[in-house]
Design a protein around this ligand. Sequence first.
Ligand SMILES: [Zn+2]
Length: 360
Amino acid sequence: MDNQIKLRSGVTIKRTDAEEIIKNKYLTRHVMSKMHLMPTGDPVAFDVAPDGNIIYYFDPTKVTEAPPETWYFPNAKRETMTLPSGSIIERMSVKNAAARGYYPADKLQRMNYETVEEPVAYTYKADKSVLYFYDKKTAKRLPLMCVECGKQIRYRRKLCVDCYERELDLRRREGDAHRSAYYGMDRARVLFFDLELTGFYDHDEILSITIVDGFGNFIMDTLVRPVSTKSWKKTEEIHKITPEMVKDAPVLEELKPRLKEIFADADNVIAYGVSTDYSHIKHIYDDAAEREEFHKKIRCCANEFVRYTHEHLPEQIHASLTDAMSCFGIEWEGVAHSSIADTLGCRKVWEVLFPNYYCN
Ligand SMILES: [Zn+2]
């Protein structure tokens, strides 16, 4: 038995001795019950009885009158039982016990607690056998077990170290097969794109579009003049596109035919964090069928990077384009966070993740 116990509240208490008990006038549960008192706080110390049970000691200044149900009927006969240690415990109903936080050992076990103290109350079961109640407050919280094997303590994802490693190894092998597979894509028909916007919401407008193919050729790189937004101070700080810069640029409507043509010729269209880009670029299509057709070609580089980190770098928690690039030692080309630099960065990250993507 250790010389200290960590209580459920997080407080650690020490094993005490007779001298200290007298000096501090510590009270046991047994003594308190004889005085019709109950503790208001955690025990402050403990000792181990010869039978191995733990005896908790309480601060005499932190006690209160025992619950009223024992006082409403002063003439009611109170049944008690004396435990081998000499402690006297009271009979009470399961309901009354639960109201004080006392439970049978098997109930506590299901709540993932182990009893270390002697019982604090009891009742009789239907078959006349004794059912003891234990105080949940002083029961020991057991570590959570692995959901897979149920034998070892949890480590990550509700699994023990062994089960976690086995599961990770399986996922990693699947992921590696997915990434190293030969996709036979034509570099001319794989496009990477990025948009810069006036803001972060769906009603915000496109300010620039960059599209490059798998060879790194620029298929489109243009500023776009928003129709209804006049200024965008917040995003301007990120992408550095000013209202002055776009005043002579084409509006999205004018670019639609060319964009449709470009995407029609593509097999895959890849972006980093594609959902935002898609929710804006989809407006070039007027009908749902066209949008659906386009959506099938979309691939998200961020999703693939996140999957890679889950399998190979569980400690990596951030997955921005900047994180992905620095993870693979890729340098920015041009101004970071411009649609050009983001598109080129996205292409390089994709090609590290999928080294056998192309046929040419
Ligand atoms: Zn396990």
